[in-house]
Design a protein around this ligand. Sequence first.
Ligand code: SF4
Length: 933
Amino acid sequence: MPSETYPHPEEARSAVSKDARAGLQCGVVDRGQFIPRLDGATRTTCPYCGVGCGLVAAADGTIAGDPDHPANRGLLCSKGAALADTLSPAGRLLRPQIGDRAAGWDEALDLIAGNFARTIAEHGRDSVALYVSGQFLTEDYYVANKLMKGFIGTANIDTNSRLCMASSVAGQVRAFGEDVVPGCYEDIEEADLVVLVGSNAAWCHPVLYQRLAAAKEARGTRIVVIDPRRTATCDIADLHLGVRPGSDVAVFAALLLHLAQIGACDRDWIGGRTSGFAAAIEAARASAPSLADAARIADVPPRDLATFFNWFAATERTVTLYSQGVNQSSAGTDKVNAIINCHLATGRIGRPGMGPLSLTGQPNAMGGREVGGLANQLAAHMSFADESDIDRVRRFWQAPRMATRPGLKAVDLFDAVRDGRVKALWILGTNPAASMPRAGRVREALAACPFVAVSDCWPTDTTRFAHVTLPAAGWAEKDGTVTNSERCISRQRAFRAPPGDARPDWWMLTEVARRMGWAAAFPYRRPADIFREHAALSAFENRGTSHRIFDIGALSELSDDDYDRLPPVYWPLPSGEARPWSGEKRLFGDGEKFPTGDGRARFVPTPFRPPAEPADQQWPLLLNTGRVRDQWHTMTRTGRLPRLMAHQREPLLDMHPEDAARLGLVDGGLARVETRFGETVLPTRLSAAQRPGEIFAPMHWTDRFASAGPINRLVGAATDPISGQPELKATPARVTPIAPLWRGLVLRHSEELPEGPYYWARVPLDEGHAFDLAGWAPLPSGRGTEKWVAELLDAPPTPELVIYADPGRGAFRYASLVGGRLDACLFLARDAASLPSRDAVSALLGVPIEPERRTELLAGHSAALDAANDTGRTICACFGVGLLTLHRTIASRNLASVAEIGAALRAGTNCGSCIPELRALLHDHRIESTTAA
Ligand code: SF4
């Protein structure tokens, strides 16, 4: 790879304004030098993924990467780089609401407290529940956990992190005795081999991917990607193992055997630091007795698997990164342990450039785990399995009604709501009506639940089911802490006032606790009060046989000012002088004991089992789900930005061309996708990056953005027996083609389109919204046409309507004008190619149209509708460079490198998130020119 392709962290440092850097010298490990705010600029953290990038929000409203934050050193991805554009309060929830009417905070909070108290009195403490979020700050999590487990007396609090990394938590607890990530991001840069398993880091953890790409340039790091799909991450891979979904345990079991057979295990380390090696080897032998067996199970060429095994065996500095492809599985915990087993067998842990490293999906999944925000956790890395832990937390909290057993994990929780065991539910900062598997059943559960409260920033698919809706403060308006995937605690600092009556989640929870009679135990006036208590609990009686590595006692007496000035720090951070202020970046090195009782790490036997539900004759395809580059979760924030919607405008179903040909599907066609749990209609994209027999759909789109609704309505809910994490990546499905009879494009100001026998997908514009349509029923005719058109245009009662019809070509065009300006327009045609360019016509909404131009415009005789002006879907989100522009420029100027594209169009020169796609485009052009020659 040419060295100019990825921004080096040092270059990113210099890209941040000199003023901001001069004012905000960080000195990461020295709190004396750390300046969190200066001249209106504020240091904070990104609210998206688990990389946990530091930001500098400047007084002029711009947001840049923090050059001194250890996670990103100034880099940002396309989502982080667009954060400043998400700050508009338009569309936010501004007032508490009871049913459809606005209410005051007192009334709304009284209602929640009263409903919870009454339900507990009538049905017991397990009849109420909280469902919270990895978007929560640690302080939010702490109050929620304390309220439920210490005072209401139930552990029925779970978090959407259950869908993200619960298997990693369970795997780490089994292997290390505690939920501890042993390494750090720097290990990725110091490794000679990096193995990514079930991780499309290029899109899901982009800054870390850029650090890895820069390290590869600098030191030639070898990279292996193990993933059923050939993702953008494979751009820098030396080897891609396109494994069959769910086969990871067989691959790593066979690797463990291979390491043992060729003498590549570190017998001294195994003997001195671990237990259970023989049992793990026995289970591995039963799972995949040979490399050939593993290759057959994983459906990869044996030679490729042998290459991976040989590289792993020969490379001391090996890091294995894993993410949702490992975790979101009915065997997720075993997959994690199968990976960790190989690191334990080689003693590759706790030293620079080596170790297993779980990448969390959310910004504060780790902080939630520290608090104990999962239903099966107690608090501060203490456990329900240990009576003395329960007693310790009871005494610390002075809790009147301590929960003594784990609560319901997410899938079980919503089942309990559905069958009436849980009767009062408060959902905070998450959208389970879209994000949970079997989302249709979850909606039924919410609809049937006697009391549902929802706190969020924006209306979502879930707020539709709320009896009480509370307006939550967003990331720019909240103070607190988050912990990223490498145990680095960073401050999130508010730099804007919340709009309307929005309030932080910790405040709402505190107020409900007070109303339920526990004011003395919830005295918090500011996040620092909560953080100090959280830190003190982590250190409480943390010694001897009850020692927990998670100890941040050194932070338990921070003043408010110290809390405000807290630089990024790594835990553990116990009180006293035993460790430096900066905390340990690597754990378990130099004979350090594991918190397992005997001090030894545990090998875990991991018998291979395939996904819970195999494909069969009736359901011959496996549906995989995941993220796309520029979207975040259910799009409540990223879906509002035209710039981030331009990379992928609709929820495409990716399918291998062989499957498409067999089923009669074409690229850009429509497909009905069915599973045992639901069905939907999606547009298709043919992609050789898919394995035959497998399909992929993005997890982001909801009812608010497409008629297809959330793909999770189709996803099954088989769970891992240990972690409770659902299998979101392997649901048997079938696909049938739908022949669209017409295609359409609507531009209008309102965002809710009437339903009908057509597919639609919405993209927000700078003004109004654009909807792509594809219908499979004939267009209305006769008198029905007028009504249908008026509904689609959302036209006023007496619109100034301009109509152009060419029945011979099947082209019908309607424009509604208000005050001489284009208020809405509808274009209908037999095929998509006959529609005008959406990008071109979108700019006309709200623009005055001269009377003499109106018919001409609709007839398509206008340059504004000329397809030649279409730039295509956006590849570079930072500079708005489209696919067609790239194709034209690469071809006309004979561009041969990413650097040349950057020089010509600026694409790829800022955040770098589009570089894998630029390289793929160059590759395609090279193939085309070779073929043409
Ligand atoms: Fe935010 Fe991107 Fe950094 Fe993730 S990689 S924390 S989304 S800027």
